[in-house]
Ligand binder design. Sequence first.
Ligand code: FAD
Length: 494
Amino acid sequence: MAELMLYTPVRLVSNELTYYLSLLLEVGVYMNGNSFDDAISEIKRKIGKKKVLIEPGDLYAYSLDASTERREAPGAIVRTYADEDVITTLKVADEKRIPVIPRGGGTSLTGASIPVVPKSIVLDLTPMDDIQVNIDDGYAMAEAGATVLQVDQACRNEGFFFPPDPASSRYATIGGALAENAGGLRGAKFGVMKNWVLAMEVVIPGGKKLRIGEPVLKWRWGPDLISLFIGSEGTLGVITRAWLRIYPLPEKVVRIMGVFNKLEDAGRAISEIRRRGYLPMMLELLDKETVDIVEEVLGYKFPKGEAMVIVDVDGPIEAVWRLARQVENVMKENRGKTETSDDPEKMKNLYLARQGAYAAVTRAYPSVLHEDITVPLSKLVDALRELDNLRRKYGLRMPVFGHAGDGNLHPDICFDPSDKAQARKAKEMFKKVGELAVRLGGAVSGEHGIGFVKKEIFLEEIKSVRGENYLELVRKVKRVLDPNGIMNPGKLWF
Ligand SMILES: Cc1cc2nc3c(=O)[nH]c(=O)nc-3n(C[C@H](O)[C@H](O)[C@H](O)COP(=O)(O)OP(=O)(O)OC[C@H]3O[C@@H](n4cnc5c(N)ncnc54)[C@H](O)[C@@H]3O)c2cc1C
């Protein structure tokens, strides 16, 4: 007998519940054990059984990502080696109403790449990792499973580089980074993934392959379907390859570190650097709590202050030092103590606190809720002060570091999950941090995305800032592309 799969990945407010019920009843995300087994047999027959994994160990491994959350193990994993594997899987899954979760490196911090519905197929794109750099035409073509770092390195061999650089770039794939609209340290100057795509190929449910955009430096037609898939977290279709703009390697990079006794001074220096139009390649900020934890866990020693700011400027050799001195002067004018270098070893040292931040925090605490808010640059210091108030009110450690150049902060809420009171406080704080971002005119996610971990607060943000009409429109778009609701259910808006 058919079994109706109702799922509640997060606490659903009544409107959401109505939506899920209507989705389930109208389009019927619906299956039974037999149709799942039939689907897997058919996929094995068509693409080869070696590409389909169903061993318990494999299913367990693919039930986790970097979020430390877990909901359901997949029913099967399909490892794709060519477009045809993706097309076949999406055709069969759509016919049989089987949920499909595209997956790259599994580095999502929001549970975006793990199933929340039983008997899902996880589609592992990592075997598709071809990269071709075409300097003459100004792009790199990468299959979805190539890592961001591999693409960057392939470009560097030719004197160019790929600017978006999520800190996870060694494992994060091009497909995953596009689906999350990932950013990184160089975002202050170069923006995020969406700024670097010329064209992509996608497969939508039913196994239909589409080429969107053009691999040329200038083209225009609309509406722009590329943007529809950027940041869609695998909920509309599967990205199989992308043509990405590339950038010439700078001749020289100089690093400046400034330490400030007062957060306000650091905030003023950051806005002044931007106001004077210096446009650094990297502009990072760390609060005292972050620096303290890196010292405690990794044993380094840093100059003391309420905030540390690390800036990279780049350019031709004749110009870059002049720019570095200008940035350094802004820091000094705002009472910062500075150190500046273009020596690779010294540059590494000036970056140690930022480099070690994530590792130190996750090593020091059994559980960490990673926040990822963005606030307007003019509200950066207000945000940091209010975060400090939250930290005091709840009595939990919350190091704050992030990409000050684009207003993107990562407050990391540290707690022990075996202590119920702490776990409850951490969850409350998580919500308050998101609310703070919205109140200051920002967003609950700057780069890590929504998945299911941030879904509740994200939907609240959308409703309060944009209203129900916006939500309704996005859900209509979803129904056009994915009428049976098989793509990554329970994530983002859906
Ligand atoms: C230590 C660490 C540091 C991080 N630093 C940053 C950072 O600096 N900046 C940043 O933006 N993020 C960062 N992240 C978050 C994460 O690495 C990024 O979101 C990354 O882009 C995810 O890539 P992935 O290949 O691992 O995707 P996955 O985790 O596998 O998937 C993420 C989402 O993309 C979808 N997806 C994956 N591949 C495809 C595809 N081919 N087609 C359609 N949908 C697809 C999945 O369904 C899922 O919804 C960090 C994570 C960690 C663990």
